[in-house]
Design a protein around this ligand. Structure first.
Ligand SMILES: CC(C)(COP(=O)(O)OP(=O)(O)OC[C@H]1O[C@@H](n2cnc3c(N)ncnc32)[C@H](O)[C@@H]1OP(=O)(O)O)[C@@H](O)C(=O)NCCC(=O)NCCS
Length: 438
């Protein structure tokens, strides 16, 4: 970003995401490896940024390397069954010490507030508690895993009430049982179950694996399941085991109500910011449904539509509509939405007495033009017109005459417009009139 104009354009480009994320719940998990890395402070700054934008944050941390170090120091050897460490009472002691230490280190970093740093005036309130009820994994292949457990229940109301207060909730990979025991859990298990219990908007799993490029940028739930069943779509390469396991968690989360799950490499500076605030992201996003939707506009789309059309109004390409008019006429609008951001819109105004409809305010965000979105919206509007048993569609345009001609419209005169529209025709604006017979 070299010029003030580029800065302004960039700042405006992130506004739709800020609006879309405010008040939403994100669960972010990160490993103990990440905590030991110097770049962890930058991650904490990004967490601070998200919190200050009004995102409700739950952080779930791991502590595997710290636990291993403590076990080595104590010269304790542990058995592993199907990739799970057996946590006997001596190992549990090391787990408690290591997890406690990591937990406090993270809380301390989140409490930073030095002037002239990204944390200045942040005043993040971190909260923790006995939110995770756990039970033992049990006996597997004849071996008792003792204090190695799994999540049994998440106290979602308690977490919600902390989030409601504006706190960042920090959860460790330990759980407690009604019998008063402590269990060693995996952070992926805790993060996934927490996101499901909270009906979170997003579950973000930061992966230790540096390369997530084997995964596509976006997967729908059915696509992700096919990938896990090795019925790989042609465009996707086989996935390594470490990423596969995270994809399993992400898929489960989406299947059970989390809107989106993201797998992002922790090695990229500003990974969560890049993933969340850019259209393409940098990791892999799994979503319950197709990300792009053409749908009837709702009242809460008014902000997004205004952001899209105001620059075009300022250039005189579209006729100016105030927020108030847009709110009144919102039912007339169709929007093209991608992952919560409005990329395009169009409005349809019927003139039933004269068996005609007007297509107005067709706009595609400049960054997403030339991808067929305009044509899709037009087709949708044409179908809506035909559904009303009207077969004449007209449009007034100053800048897109050829686009409409190439889509079957014919040049016409203002006299061919419905009477009510003729009376409103602005002879100074001198828009071209185009009509399509459907
Ligand atoms: C007109 C508009 C909706 C087209 O959206 P889009 O998603 O880019 O359209 P599509 O991808 O379906 O079509 C792209 C094709 O149209 C062409 N095209 C785009 N805008 C054009 C214009 N104003 N005049 C002529 N051709 C145009 C592109 O060059 C491309 O041609 P190609 O397929 O030969 O490469 C978009 O340019 C826009 O929002 N314009 C500003 C608002 C406007 O003028 N609206 C109309 C008044 S209601």
């Amino acid at each position: 970003m070299n010029t003030p104009a580029e800065f302004v354009a960039w700042f405006r480009s992130v506004a739709p995401y800020i609006n879309a994320f405010r008040g939403k719940t994100f669960v972010i998990s990160f490993s103990g490896e990440m905590v030991t890395n110097a770049a962890f402070v930058d991650f904490i700054h990004d967490v601070n940024l998200l919190a200050s934008l009004g995102v409700r944050l739950v952080l779930v941390h791991g502590a595997r390397p710290q636990i291993q170090l403590r076990l080595d120091e104590s010269q304790l050897e542990t058995q592993t069954v199907m990739g799970m460490r057996v946590t006997d009472p001596a190992a549990l002691q090391c787990v408690k010490e290591s997890v406690g230490r990591v937990h406090h280190e993270i809380a301390a970093l989140l409490s930073m507030g030095l002037p002239n740093s990204p944390m200045a005036n942040a005043a993040i309130r971190v909260t923790s508690g006995n939110f995770v009820t756990a039970c033992p994994q049990g006996v597997i292949q004849g071996i008792d895993l003792m204090h190695t457990g799994k999540v049994r229940k998440i106290n979602a109301p308690a977490i919600h009430s902390r989030l409601e207060q504006g706190d960042v909730v920090l959860i460790s990979p330990l759980g407690y049982s009604p019998t008063g025991e402590i269990f060693n859990l995996t952070m992926e298990n805790v993060a996934t179950e927490t996101a499901i219990a909270l009906h979170a908007e997003k579950l973000i799993l930061l992966l230790d694996s540096a390369d997530t490029s084997v995964l596509p940028r976006e997967l729908t739930l059915p696509e992700s399941k096919l990938l896990l069943e090795n019925k790989t779509p042609a465009r996707v390469a086989p996935i390594p085991d470490a990423i596969r396991s995270s994809l399993q968690y992400a898929t489960k989360a989406c299947e059970l109500g989390v809107t989106r799950a993201h797998l992002v490499s922790r090695h990229i500076d500003g990974a969560i910011i890049q993933e969340l605030f850019t259209h393409d992201g940098i990791g892999c996003m799994i979503s319950q449904e197709t990300l792009q939707a053409l749908r009837k506009a709702r009242i809460d789309d008014v902000g997004g539509i205004l952001q899209l059309i105001e620059p075009l109004e300022a250039e005189g390409i579209l006729v100016r509509r105030g927020r108030e008019l847009l709110e009144i006429e919102i039912d007339r609008f169709t929007v093209l939405e991608h992952d919560g951001v409005i990329l395009g819109c169009a409005a349809l105004y019927p003139f039933p007495e004269e068996h005609a409809c007007e297509l107005a305010c067709l706009a595609i965000h400049p960054d997403y033009r030339d991808q067929g979105h305009g044509e899709r919206l037009l087709k949708h509007i044409e179908n809506k017109t035909i559904a009303q048993d009207i077969h004449k569609l007209f449009v007034l345009t100053t800048h897109a005459t050829h686009w409409f001609i190439e889509h079957g419209f014919n040049p016409a005169t203002p006299a061919e417009l419905p009477k009510a529209k003729q009376n409103l025709y602005n002879y100074q604006r001198r828009s071209k009139v185009l009509i399509k017979h459907l």
